[in-house]
Design a protein around this ligand. Sequence first.
Ligand SMILES: NC(=O)c1ccc[n+]([C@@H]2O[C@H](COP(=O)([O-])OP(=O)(O)OC[C@H]3O[C@@H](n4cnc5c(N)ncnc54)[C@H](OP(=O)(O)O)[C@@H]3O)[C@@H](O)[C@H]2O)c1
Length: 320
Amino acid sequence: MDFQPTLEQQLGLGANEMTSRIIRLGWVGRGDNDRTHVEASMVQSRRIASRVAAAHRHPTRRACSIASVTTFENAFITGASSGIGRGLAERLGRKGTRVVLAARREAELQTLAESIRAHGGHADTCVLDVADTDATRKAIRHWNEETGGLDLVIANAGVGIMKPAHRLSWEDVEPVLQVNVLGAFATLLAGLEGMVSRGRGTLVGVSSLAAMRGLPKSGAYAASKAALATFLETLRTDLDRKGIRVVDVRPGYVDTDMTRKNKFKMPFLMDVDQAADLTLKGIERGDAIVAYPWPTASAMSLAQALPNPAWRFISKRIKM
Ligand SMILES: NC(=O)c1ccc[n+]([C@@H]2O[C@H](COP(=O)([O-])OP(=O)(O)OC[C@H]3O[C@@H](n4cnc5c(N)ncnc54)[C@H](OP(=O)(O)O)[C@@H]3O)[C@@H](O)[C@H]2O)c1
């Protein structure tokens, strides 16, 4: 018997109200005259979507994962100079993890390292451009030896760009792929080397809810995050029996330097401290996917389960 609550049950809504709310999430413009068509498609796919979405809030799943919380000795974090990476580093530092803070802005890294040390933690800095994949792999190998073994490696560094396809140039796309794809893959693979030999460790990639469906004006960014999400999924499958956990963090909108330049209304914009708390909890539990905030995560799960024509109809009307 299947005791998983449907998406409507979780939200306490009826099917029609549920559909209307998804449409009204703030992404779809007013005056959509073909709404009945979309509603029909959405209701049709509701059964599949509710199973996917239930994973975000299913109590049994949460109860199971709470049982195995991991603490970390030595962590390497890219993109630690601001935003989510900085929040993660602060929290890990407070918990006694030795953190290696990597990014390009040295002054920000030094300030953070001093603040972690002032609170009794242990922090080192590593000035690094992850687009230089040789330097990235060298740095991680170095810190793996220096710390006596990294048991947590977080590929968090990322850059974003929002432009419609007809204005997108190769100069826009290439750096996004270099940082979000090549930089992240190099970080994860170099981190993996030491973990395989020790038979334990946690690899984390910060992808995005944008990885889950082709969103407007997000071609380069969403595709780069989809590549990372798929890479993480494959790593998880291959490393399942090797004692290595693989966590895919999928934030929605979080209030950081990256999103402050956005001029559109960001649904369910989350405070960076809350995002860092949720991310670290998910990492400690070794969750396969850590997706937040839950309304956006559920909407994206539903979007993923929608038939392509319904998504084409909706995506053209999303305001970004
Ligand atoms: N904010 C959101 O709404 C959101 C949503 C989904 C996913 N994410 C993902 O979350 C991650 C963190 O982003 P954030 O929101 O915290 O934004 P952020 O405050 O702009 O942080 C981005 C970090 O990445 C680092 N970085 C960028 N390019 C780098 C490079 N070439 N080499 C090394 N480090 C580099 C930056 O440091 P330096 O500039 O000092 O190098 C900075 O520390 C990113 O992967 C982003 O795609 C964010």
